[in-house]
Design a protein around this ligand. Structure first.
Ligand code: NA7
Length: 555
């Protein structure tokens, strides 16, 4: 039976579509594919003029994914795995964008996507049990399911600097980069921000610009990525082992198939720990974070202190000028308590160049933009171009940018005013039939994203199939289940070192945003098990309402 056959009893007028999905990145594309397979009518709205999500927008020089390419892709489709071949160990932005375009064509997805269409609002109607979705160009569409696939890092964060309007040069946020690129030749360029993005782009900008000034507030622990081309025989081996690779990735903490040298460093001498770290430093990337079980590194202060000091000593070795080195060495937070960045192109060595200057804006903050550049508390820097590598209103920013109103006129913004409250990061009480792919309080950004996305999309698909089979129209998390989930997420985060950093994981980078640890920190494997148990128990913790009698069925 298709979903449409069931609608007449509760819904009266059949909604325009069964599901509206917002966003055509990794999540939205896969969600569309799976819902179509169920026989649902689906409309995807995408603000950009093409597919790609994050990889459509982030075109800055050096933009690359820190997950290794062979696992930064869909695992569900043999054809995609057979036909696509990554060229390097880590995929660069243009290649990922091309991959997603290829996937959209391979699965024939474009015909259900409306591009250049921004969803501005979604309102739930209690009587009909449907959502009305509104777009910036004035469309209104009714739907049974409203599914957010907007991504965790999609709403750029631009600090509110005085005088930016007066600046006569050019300025760009890294995640709104012009398609044709930016010509840095002979220009005096400033980059604000030394998170993952800044660290990727700074060496690239240094190579292109006349002179580069980096405005750093907090130094970071960049680990060498050790990027290189993937060889043909290596790729054949990957293909031959994909079943095992996916199995291990799905059942791991970080959604990556990497082993650790030891679960814990507790019984090892400092020398033995250093041997392991040296080995993993050579391997680079997230394999370094797997030197010991990542959960151990992220929670054990002693082990983490040794690793943090290990990286500090590497930074000091790389930077010639001891004063500059001291500024680049992080001391305010433990390694990986913020998202650990990767170094692709000799980030630290970049500061040895004569045409690169590091400015410590923690010591002397930026006070304003002027017509000619940036003024800090202790000087003025003449600039032609400024690059904002200042990050995102992460995890909730893009969802809350839509005016979402649930049962009884409850606004999502109001409900989440003290921080997001969800059950499993998949839905929130008061908002029936709203699903959030990689929503707050799911593992998302603490994992290799495609693995988490596939898990969420497949869970949502199974849930909708179950609802149709059993004759339920509406699903909504109970308040109790949600409270319990929020507590569990906070409790797990408190056991780890995340609270020791002011990070976007905790909303600390955006002024006035509630300080709440937002991703689920228990790991993908634990999370997957919880979600499976919930489903096996008939969607435990959700309230389901049937089509015929509209009776409330508490699960
Ligand atoms: P991040 O990691 O949030 O980094 C933003 C950077 O911008 C960080 O160094 C900030 O310093 C800096 N920043 C922000 N506001 C200011 C002001 N007002 N003055 C000076 N410096 C400022 O964003 P990214 O884009 O690098 O990375 C986001 C994620 O995308 C990344 O983790 C990957 O998952 C992909 P702060 O550290 O706050 O002192």
């Amino acid at each position: 039976m298709s979903v449409d056959d069931q609608h007449d009893t509760r819904f009266g007028d059949t909604p325009d579509v069964d599901a509206v999905v917002v966003g055509a990145g990794f999540s939205g594309l896969y969600m569309l594919h799976r819902l179509r397979e169920l026989g649902l009518s689906v409309r995807v709205y995408e603000k950009a003029d093409g597919v790609g999500g994050t990889w459509y927008w982030n075109r800055y020089p050096g933009a690359r994914c820190d997950s290794e390419s062979h696992i930064y892709c869909y695992s569900f489709d043999e054809g995609l795995l057979e036909e696509w071949e990554w060229t390097e160990r880590y995929p660069e932005q243009p290649e990922i964008l091309e991959y997603l375009q290829f996937a959209a064509d391979h699965l024939d997805l474009r015909r259900d996507i409306e591009f250049e269409t921004e969803v501005t609002a979604a309102t739930f109607d209690d009587e009909s049990g449907t959502w009305t979705v509104e777009t910036a160009d004035g469309q209104q569409v009714t739907t049974r399911f409203f599914i957010s696939a907007v991504g965790c890092l999609s709403k750029p964060f631009l600090p509110d600097f005085d005088g930016l309007d007066e600046f006569e040069g050019e300025w760009y946020h890294t995640s709104r980069w012009p398609e044709g690129g930016v010509d840095f030749a002979d220009k005096r360029v400033g980059v604000i921000g030394t998170g993952s993005t800044g660290i990727q782009t700074i060496p690239e900008v240094a190579e292109r610009a006349g002179h580069l000034t980096v405005f750093q507030r907090t130094p970071n622990y960049a680990v060498p990525a050790r990027n290189r081309p993937l060889e043909e025989d290596e790729y054949e081996e990957i293909r031959a082992n994909y079943d095992d690779i996916w199995d291990r990735a799905r059942n791991s903490r970080l959604g990556m198939p990497f082993d650790s040298e030891a679960n814990s460093a507790r019984r090892l001498s400092e020398e033995e720990i250093h041997e392991i770290l040296d080995k993993r430093w050579q391997q680079g990337g997230f394999r370094f974070l797997h030197a010991f079980e990542p959960g151990h590194i992220l929670s054990n202060e002693e082990t983490n202190a040794i690793i943090s000091e290990f990286i500090r000593s590497k930074i000091r070795e790389k930077v010639d000028d001891p004063e500059t080195a001291a500024k680049l060495v992080p001391t305010d937070h433990p390694y990986a308590s913020k998202r650990p960045p990767m170094d692709y192109n000799d980030y630290y060595g970049t500061y040895n160049r004569d045409d690169v200057r590091l400015v410590d804006v923690e010591a002397a903050p930026i006070t304003e933009f002027t017509a000619d550049g940036i003024r800090t508390a202790d000087g003025h820097y003449d600039l032609d171009i400024v690059v904002f590598a200042t990050g995102f209103d992460a995890m909730t920013g893009a969802i809350l940018a839509m005016d979402i109103e649930g049962r009884d006129g409850l606004s999502l913004e109001e409900k989440w005013s003290a921080g997001p409250r969800t059950y499993l990061g998949l839905g929130t009480h008061g908002f029936p039939n709203l699903f959030t792919i990689t929503g707050p309080q799911s593992p998302s950004v603490l994992t290799n994203m495609p693995m988490s996305i596939e898990q969420h999309v497949e869970w949502i698909t199974d849930c909708i199939e179950f609802m149709d089979r059993e004759g339920y129209d509406l699903i909504e998390p109970t308040e109790e289940a949600e409270d319990q989930w929020v507590s569990q997420t906070n409790m797990l985060a408190d056991q780890m070192l995340f609270s020791e950093a002011d990070s976007w994981y905790r909303g600390e980078n955006v002024p006035d945003k509630p300080s709440v640890f937002t991703p689920f920190p228990g790991g993908l494997e634990m999370y997957r098990g919880i979600c499976e148990t919930v489903a096996e128990k008939g969607y435990d913790g959700f309230e389901l309402r049937g089509a015929a009698d509209a009776a409330t069925v508490e699960k």
